[in-house]
Design a protein around this ligand. Sequence first.
Ligand code: G3P
Length: 217
Amino acid sequence: MQFFVDTAEVAEIAELAEAGLVDGVTTNPSLILKSGRNILEVTREICALVDGPVSAEVTAVKLDEMVAEGRRLAEIAPNIAIKLPLTWDGLKACRILTGEGRMVNVTLCFSAAQALLAARAGATFISPFIGRLDDINLDGLDLIADIRRIYDNYGFQTKILAASIRSVNHVTEVAKIGADVATVPPGVLRALVRHPLTDRGLEQFLADWARTGQRIL
Ligand code: G3P
């Protein structure tokens, strides 16, 4: 499974990229607001930091403007994936922009029916939002499993990009189901490495080693 980082904070991306953990990046209008940066400038910087897909989201809702904004975003760098909302105009824009050879990430997906339409529209990625379904007491992980089953039934090439990830458990569960990508907030990505028994075990090893009086170097 690939890891994308779900942020527009350049410093966070740079630091995590050093660990070889960043296969791509996803942003959205809320993350751009949080970054306090100009969308074109910060997206250009992110595209230069990672080789993988960088999702930048259009803000128009009508077909013609969506396509125009998508083409503008795609001019930033070759690794741009244009993010389009899962609406009729978004699906039509997806068909046009993928038809031009561009990567498209169809976002704000909350049902298997929506994901089926996105695959039919030729989406490169589909972004089902797990956490927001959990927030209303629906099971976001069930949606990932349903989409995986439907896509495998028909050999759809659209990649399942699990989004709205809130916990380490979300990451491991979507990996078990077979999501192609998880886009993970920096804090959750860092939490993947942590376990209290690892900390305790290392502490004991170092204490016992100190008692040997030995040195390796
Ligand atoms: O990539 C989508 C993600 O940023 C949404 O996450 O936590 O706002 O539902 P969240």
